[in-house]
Design a protein around this ligand. Sequence first.
Ligand SMILES: Nc1ncnc2c1ncn2[C@@H]1O[C@H](COP(=O)(O)OP(=O)(O)O)[C@@H](O)[C@H]1O
Ligand SMILES: [Mg+2]
Length: 159
Amino acid sequence: MSTALSLLLHDEDATARLAQLLAEVVEPGDILLLSGDLGAGKTTFIKYLALGLGMDPREVTSPTFTIIHEYPGGRIPLVHADLYRLGQGADITETGLEEYMGGDVVTAIEWAEFLPEKPPGNWLDIALSHEDGVRRKAMLEPGCPEWERRLEHMQNLMG
Ligand SMILES: Nc1ncnc2c1ncn2[C@@H]1O[C@H](COP(=O)(O)OP(=O)(O)O)[C@@H](O)[C@H]1O
Ligand SMILES: [Mg+2]
């Protein structure tokens, strides 16, 4: 059984390629749990994910105050959440996010490390961290057999 996949992203283009590759394999119901410090690249990642899904990435902005943004119109609708304002131990029952998760949309959650537990469903954990300058590290951890298979597939594609 495959476990976490660690990738060094040399620059923003590398992040773009990873996010666009993910956009090709995501399915309705998937939940992308993005974690990492301010500036690690969570919103940037989701912009390229949206681009890969066929949306206008300029519409993607951090929903820090509204918690949730919805972007329709792509291959699969994208729901973008940012839990920063909720803080550690984030209680999402008040946000309406649970009604989306696992539905007919892809849910991408920034500051997912604030969730007290992993949500039920087909999640993929994406932990981004600063290396130096424009280099980032991405640690991808599958939360279900589907994501295990897709990560293997992506690894083959990336050589
Ligand atoms: N390899 C990289 N991957 C992602 N973003 C990068 C990278 N190198 C530089 N950046 C820049 O870092 C910043 C990341 O900001 P943002 O995506 O808003 O982070 P977060 O949402 O995690 O706070 C952007 O200005 C982006 O252009
Ligand atoms: Mg952000």
